[in-house]
Design a protein around this ligand. Structure first.
Ligand code: NDP
Ligand code: X2X
Ligand code: MG
Ligand code: MG
Length: 347
């Protein structure tokens, strides 16, 4: 399918249109600020009394209730947690959706698994950054951006793709490129990626390496630097120059050892398990499990969060990141967010 870059996208289609971003969390904050800084008319829909309300206000955003924002919008971009989108949509958005509006997402989950049903005369689109919300904003301010995905589930107005692409360009995604996909493909690959590689697989790999060294009697600090801290530096090389670029930059010793031992770690059993995880996503097993968990106040997720915070690597890592000022630097990066369009820096 097609890749779209800056030159391929015209934001004129959004001239005089109002985009209501519902939610001001990881994605909502970054995307709203980027779109506002790109000159779009952005309003933010939130629940009054929630913590985001003040944050968005302090950032200079036009903040309204979800209902009022939905009423005023031509495009309603839903950036709420996936597990609550359907309830909020049915209660606070659907009553105000008008013919010719666009309902937009950054993950296909609720449309693909049919939790949200949109009227026939309304566009259903997705513009999904392939990265965390904080990086959507940070890379935009650095004059670049992260890649994105675009999909159209329903084109009621005849220009749904152009609307979604224009939002992507305003979010800063078309510099790195926006790949056309489908709601099914984005949903299944995103769930697979975050479970098997990006969030689940990588933390388990790191922790297994860390505890192997600590249990063998090495200092926890050296285990942390070796298996966690340095991983970013290695992945940065892969991000910039591919596997070959990384292998070229590391020592021959690391290259020989890495090539000859890696398949003993990520072995055929690991690959077979990845296929099973993908199948559970495709067949709806994961979404059933997650829906039940979300409906019952997330007992398992809360317990797993607790156990994770008690992991030795978290304690050792936090101590080291604090001691070298890394945690402070990361916080400053988050706070140094300038909402250029309103010529305001965060108070
Ligand atoms: N996180 C990421 O990096 C990525 C996320 N996505 C997708 O983007 C979408 C948004 O994800 P993300 O940004 O992580 O979401 P967050 O969990 O960060 O969303 C938090 C926002 O949702 C609001 N919210 C939470 N609960 C409720 C509620 N019950 N009623 C009203 N508002 C509520 C919060 O407001 P309050 O302060 O009032 O609680 C806050 O503004 C999802 O579809 C996700 O899959 C896509 C790519 C990457
Ligand atoms: C950051 C991202 O792309 C994820 C992992 O898919 C998500 O947060 O859902
Ligand atoms: Mg993702
Ligand atoms: Mg995801």
């Amino acid at each position: 399918m097609k890749m779209y870059y800056e030159k391929d996208v015209d934001t004129e289609v959004l001239a005089n249109k109002t985009v209501a971003v519902i939610g001001y969390g990881s994605q909502g904050k970054g995307q709203s600020q980027n779109m506002a800084d790109s000159g779009l008319k952005v309003i933010v829909g939130l629940r009054e009394g929630g913590s985001s309300w003040k944050i968005a206000k302090d950032d200079g955003m036009d903040v309204r209730t979800i209902e009022d924002a939905s009423k005023a919008a031509d495009i309603i971009h839903i950036l709420l947690p996936d597990e609550i989108q359907a309830d909020i949509y049915n209660k606070s958005i659907a009553p105000y959706v008008e013919s010719g509006n666009t309902i937009s997402f950054s993950h296909g989950y609720n449309i693909h698994f049919k939790y949200i049903k949109v009227p026939e005369d309304v566009n259903v689109t997705m513009i999904a950054p392939k990265g965390p919300g904080s990086m959507v904003r940070r890379t935009y301010l650095e004059g670049f951006g992260i890649p994105g995905l675009v999909a159209v589930e329903k084109d009621a107005t005849g220009n749904a793709l152009q609307v979604a692409l224009a939002m992507g360009k305003a979010c800063g995604l078309s510099k790195a490129g926006i790949l056309e996909t489908t709601f099914r493909e984005e949903t299944e690959t995103d769930l697979f990626g975050e479970q098997a590689i990006l969030c689940g697989g990588v933390t388990e790999l790191i922790n297994a390496g860390f505890s192997t060294l600590v249990e063998a009697g090495y200092q926890p600090e050296i285990a942390y630097f070796e298996t966690c801290h340095e991983l970013k530096l290695i992945v940065d090389l892969i991000y910039e120059k591919g596997f070959a670029g990384m292998w070229n930059d590391v020592s021959n010793t690391a290259e020989f050892g890495g090539f000859t031992r890696r398949e003993r770690i990520i072995n055929p059993d690991a690959k077979a398990e990845m296929k099973k995880i993908l199948e559970e996503i495709q067949k709806g097993k994961f979404t059933k499990e997650w829906s039940l968990e979300a409906k019952t106040n997330m007992p398992m997720l809360n317990r797993l969060r607790e156990l994770e915070s008690e992991e030795k690597i978290e304690k050792v890592g936090s101590k080291l990141r604090k001691a070298c000022g890394l945690e402070k630097k990361a916080k400053e990066k988050e706070e140094k967010v300038v909402v250029v369009n309103f010529n305001k820096t965060k108070k």
